[in-house]
Design a protein around this ligand. Structure first.
Ligand code: NDP
Length: 368
């Protein structure tokens, strides 16, 4: 299947080659780094967990030290590939015991969406820092419960918003904050790909708790916020479904949505599992514009503004994300755009609003 995701994975695989260095190279860098290191266990050894683990080989501030998995054969494989000792390996029944493991500071949850809520709460109760993949939760109510549980346990909750550390994205945010585009008037976010295998969890309502919106549309939701630089106050949405067999009730195929911002800007966005060639952000202001295309794939991200092409170098998103998250968790660093549970809660309030607007045909007011 020649899907956008396959295409991105091929590009990303080649992009990974350069930043990834052999363990000897990593060790040499670590030897020159004498600061604190975040010891991370990954939960859910699937496609994205693998990507994060490979990318972390090039980190100096973060190191993979443990795994949590329901598949013993994968645990064996990862132990061999990443040198993980038996005492740092857990399954879904016994992972609360990470509580007593000083080799693990944080757990990075890369399981299907519906599982995040309970897994985050259990990791928080075990007293470990939590990093959770997007969508952090499946609705705003669950997101709030997760935030509350982490607060109560005194641990931080971060979300895998890798674009918040991407250099071209950050340059556009810097230029906007500097007034270089003037008053922001319009954002367009097109996010989608043609999904393959109909049996995968992404098309299973119980595990995905939605469809394209939860998986890829969330990039347009989140991107609208960090590109415009304001929080939306209303949403309208329209859903279309061309294949009700593949996309069962509760699993959205295509949703168009519009967001209104307090400064007068509007966003027009598309989320779909039924089209390729969609990965584009466009921001327009009274004095200039910015375009990212591709905008949220694994890279290289490409961008230009009215002043010319953006030339910031490609970085492996997950390497930089983990390096920066170690800085947040260990050194109290503040990212330019938040990557915490509250940030995810805002996205989920908007997504709740999008589903409500699509269902009722009514404009929904947002209170973020
Ligand atoms: P995969 O299906 O590739 O992996 C998910 C893993 O979760 C499985 O391999 C399995 O690992 C574990 N798991 C536990 N319970 C179940 C279950 N009931 N059904 C299926 N898997 C289960 O998914 P992805 O890695 O693509 O996605 C995981 C999460 O990461 C999602 O929330 C997704 O939205 C997010 N993601 C984020 C991306 C980003 O760019 N930030 C990109 C891709 C995904 P095990 O066998 O070890 O238990």
């Amino acid at each position: 299947m020649n899907s956008r995701r396959d295409f991105l994975q091929k590009i990303a695989a080649s992009a990974l080659v350069m930043p990834l260095m052999p363990l000897a190279g990593w060790a040499a860098r670590v030897n020159h780094y004498d600061g604190p290191v975040l010891k991370v266990a990954i939960m859910g050894l699937g496609s994205y967990g693998n990507r994060v683990a490979e990318a972390m080989k090039a980190c100096v501030k973060a190191k993979l030290t443990g795994v949590i998995s329901g598949t013993p054969a994968k645990i064996k494989d990862w132990q061999g590939r990443f040198g993980i000792p038996e005492k740092n390996c857990y399954n879904y029944d016994n992972f609360d015991q990470v509580k007593n493991n000083p080799d693990i500071d944080a757990v990075y949850i890369t399981t299907p969406n519906a599982l995040h809520h309970d897994q985050v709460i259990r990791i928080a109760a075990a007293g470990k820092q939590v990093i959770c993949e997007k969508p952090m939760a499946v609705n705003a109510k669950e997101a709030q419960e997760m935030i509350d549980a982490c607060k109560k346990a005194g641990v931080q909750l971060l979300v895998g918003y890798r674009m918040h550390f991407e250099p071209k994205t950050l340059e556009i945010i810097r230029m906007r904050n500097n007034g270089e585009f003037g008053k922001i008037m319009f954002f367009q976010g097109q996010c989608g790909f043609r999904i393959g295998d109909p049996t995968q969890w992404r098309l299973n309502k119980q595990l995905a708790c939605g469809g394209a919106m939860m998986d890829i549309g969330i990039y347009a939701v989140n991107g609208a916020r960090y590109m415009v630089g304001e929080e939306p106050v209303w949403v309208t949405a329209q859903e279309t479904k061309t294949d009700p067999v593949k996309f069962k009730p509760g699993v959205d195929e295509t949703i168009q949505f519009q967001l209104g911002f307090p400064g007068g800007a509007v966003a027009s966005c598309l989320s779909t599992y039924n089209m390729n060639n969609l990965d584009r952000f466009f921001l327009n202001g009274e004095k200039g514009f910015a375009e990212l295309w591709p905008s949220t794939g694994y890279g290289p991200i490409k961008g230009r503004t009215n002043k010319g092409e953006l030339t910031q170098p490609h970085v492996t998103h997950q390497t930089v994300q983990m390096e920066e998250m170690a800085g947040i968790l260990l050194e109290g660093k503040q990212p330019t755009v938040a990557v915490n549970g509250e940030e995810a809660l805002k996205d989920l309030k908007i997504i709740d609003g999008i589903y409500q607007a699509a269902k009722t045909g009514q404009k929904v007011n947002l209170h973020l």
